[in-house]
Design a protein around this ligand. Structure first.
Ligand SMILES: Nc1ncnc2c1ncn2[C@@H]1O[C@H](COP(=O)(O)OP(=O)(O)OP(=O)(O)O)[C@@H](O)[C@H]1O
Length: 220
């Protein structure tokens, strides 16, 4: 049965309403999608700028947690443990592949401002008798500091080993070696004391041995 003229007008009207609503919905979806894309881009740009600002402030390279985890073989080789974290051996996540000691800080709270400020003051200390900083990682609660690797570890253990070797080989300890170690450490401490890096003066310092005659002050 053919539709009555009134029914036909009615279904045309319904179609127009459906088309109108669908077009409005489509336009809304497009606007929301564009707004979300622009917002995500702004957030990304802001976070990139933030990363660049942090790197500039601390004058150190920032590495991702993933890259340091990979280059320390998932923190497999533990060198030692301190009050604030664990130190692992690894390689610098760059093409140099230099040996590093990575200090993974215990789960840390806060927005990391204090961590960044401390890194900034530590990174300003540069001296031949101070253990160098190579970089850092700051991803949420995953925070780590990358130091140059000191193959002979802490000086007290190195001296013990040196004493042991001298004893077993019936040789005398070379006082020149000890004198050079003491001189290097004194130079490092003197630099820290007289440099303008005020915050470092309040830090705990240890002596680590790189080679027989090359010991450096390590501020952790
Ligand atoms: N750069 C490094 N190279 C080689 N070994 C290291 C290095 N840094 C630390 N270690 C080893 O890890 C151990 C712990 O170092 P860490 O800096 O955590 O000591 P700490 O000063 O007692 O720590 P904290 O200040 O957190 O109490 C050291 O005694 C040393 O054996």
């Amino acid at each position: 049965m053919a539709p009555l003229p009134g029914e036909k007008r009615n279904s045309h009207g319904k179609l127009k309403i459906i088309l109108g609503v669908s077009t409005a919905l489509l336009v809304m979806v497009i606007i929301v999608a564009i707004a979300l894309t622009v917002r995500a881009k702004n957030v990304r740009t802001k976070s990139d700028q933030n990363d660049a600002n942090i790197e500039a402030a601390v004058m150190l390279k920032r590495y991702s947690y993933e890259s340091v985890k990979k280059r320390t073989n998932s923190f497999a080789h533990v060198l030692g443990k301190g009050g604030s974290g664990t130190v692992c051996k690894g390689k610098l996540p760059d093409t140099s592949g230099r040996d590093i000691a990575l200090k993974i800080l215990k789960e840390s709270k806060g927005d990391g401002e204090e961590f960044i400020n401390e890194l900034a003051s530590m990174s300003r200390a540069s001296h031949v008798n101070i253990v160098s900083l190579f970089g850092f990682c700051n991803e949420g609660s995953n925070r780590a500091i990358i130091y140059e690797f000191m193959p002979n570890g802490s000086l007290d253990k190195f001296i013990e080993l040196y004493k042991f070797i001298s004893k077993t080989m019936s040789t005398k300890m070379d006082w020149k070696v000890l004198y050079n170690i003491a001189l290097g450490v004194a130079h490092g401490l003197e630099y820290l004391h007289n440099s303008c890096v005020s915050k470092i003066k309040q830090r705990e310092c240890h002596i680590l041995a790189k080679r027989e005659r090359d010991c450096r002050v390590h501020c952790s």
